[in-house]
Ligand binder design. Structure first.
Ligand code: AMP
Ligand code: TRP
Length: 332
């Protein structure tokens, strides 16, 4: 059986990268798979969070899923901390994960910064919790953006380590699903950095709730070079900022980079940027509006999450019980 698990951290502003790299693909996948989409609030705690902001952000991410078209009836939508199996399984898996595997994780190095001794244990153990999220449901497929590839390989390694240690085919090895042109959306200010929630510059990203004027301003200010758009992909690829904007256009229009580029080859950026603004607003405008409407009714969102958590626990708890039996832990 095919089962999808994916998640987003409730830490600040959801942006076009989250939409194109993750949420948009989920909407398409929900017809073909059993889907579980999580708001990973325990992962958010790996860096300091204001409690009120964390609550608000958890509801906002939930609203984004629903507004983008993820159906809470067909899919399971819930926040991670409501299902205690995630944290329990993370401990059990951490005991079979060699430190050497975690030491390779580039995201930890980026997030911990120079003062690594001050970074929390949770930040270091983060990929093990992510493996528990996925393996706790025996998920077979994980649709994410490209930045999560390394974490997914680790989840596969941990699944393999468990299966070998206990000599059985218990966890399926989860397959990453990284597809389309929007798997790595870069910052609008620096084509070598990914668009991220934590970038201090508001002009670096388009948020899912930005209004038309804000989107227009950010795209107008997006870094480019003085040359018009080139005619070939090879010439585009050596210009990271231009390449990124064409990539965003292509992802929004559901076209290849080649097709998008052909339409604007030889034109000035001002023309292209106007077209990109129109396309962004046409896609994000209705989603942002629906997000605002949903967030205004937190009672409804909380009910969706509670119901999702019940359905999620009904899958994860029996799997955790089996893991405990296999591991040799006595249960009530
Ligand atoms: P995060 O914002 O780190 O919680 O990421 C949530 C999801 O969005 C993951 O599937 C990421 O891979 C994806 N994602 C985050 N940033 C980007 C980006 N700049 N481009 C494409 N996908 C992204
Ligand atoms: N680590 C992911 C990110 O930052 C979020 C995440 C947590 C996740 N658990 C997951 C994604 C399980 C997919 C599957 O983007």
């Amino acid at each position: 059986m095919n089962r999808i698990f994916s998640g987003i951290q409730p830490t600040g502003n959801l942006h076009l990268g989250n939409y194109l790299g993750a949420i948009r693909n989920w909407v398409a996948l929900q017809n073909a798979y059993e889907c579980i989409f999580c708001i990973v609030d325990l992962h958010a705690l790996t860096l300091p969070q204001d409690p009120d902001e964390l609550r608000a952000s958890t509801r906002e991410v939930t609203a984004a899923y629903i507004a983008a078209g993820v159906d809470p009836e067909r899919c399971i939508i819930f926040n991670q901390s409501m299902v205690s199996a995630h944290a329990e399984l993370a401990w059990l898996l951490s005991c079979i994960t060699p430190l050497g595997w975690l030491n390779r994780m580039t995201q930890f190095k980026e997030k911990a910064g120079k003062q690594r001794d001050l970074a929390g244990l949770g930040l270091y153990a983060y990929p093990v919790l992510m493996a528990a999220d996925i393996l706790g449901y025996k998920a077979t497929h994980v649709p994410v953006g490209e930045d999560q590839k390394q974490h997914l390989e680790l989840a596969r390694d941990i699944a393999g380590a468990f299966n070998r240690r206990y000599e059985r085919d218990f966890f399926p090895l989860p397959e990453p699903q990284i597809f389309g042109t929007g798997t790595r959306v870069m910052s609008l200010r620096d084509g070598t950095k990914k668009m991220s929630k934590s970038d201090p510059s508001d002009y670096s990203r388009i948020n899912m709730t930005d209004d038309r004027d804000t989107v227009a301003l950010k795209i107008r200010r997006a870094k480019t070079d003085p040359e018009p758009l080139p005619g070939t992909i090879e010439a585009l690829e050596v210009r990271p900022e231009a390449d990124n904007l064409v990539g965003i256009y292509a992802a929004l229009a559901d076209q290849s980079r080649e097709t998008a580029l052909q339409k604007f080859a030889g034109q000035n950026f001002s023309v292209f940027k106007e077209a990109l603004t129109e396309l962004s607003v046409a896609t994000l405008g209705p989603i942002g509006g629906e997000m605002r409407r949903l967030v205004a009714d937190p009672g409804h969102i909380d009910a969706v999450l509670r119901r999702g958590a019940e359905r999620a626990a009904a899958i994860a708890e029996p799997i955790l019980r089996e893991v405990k039996d296999i591991t040799g832990l006595l249960r009530p």
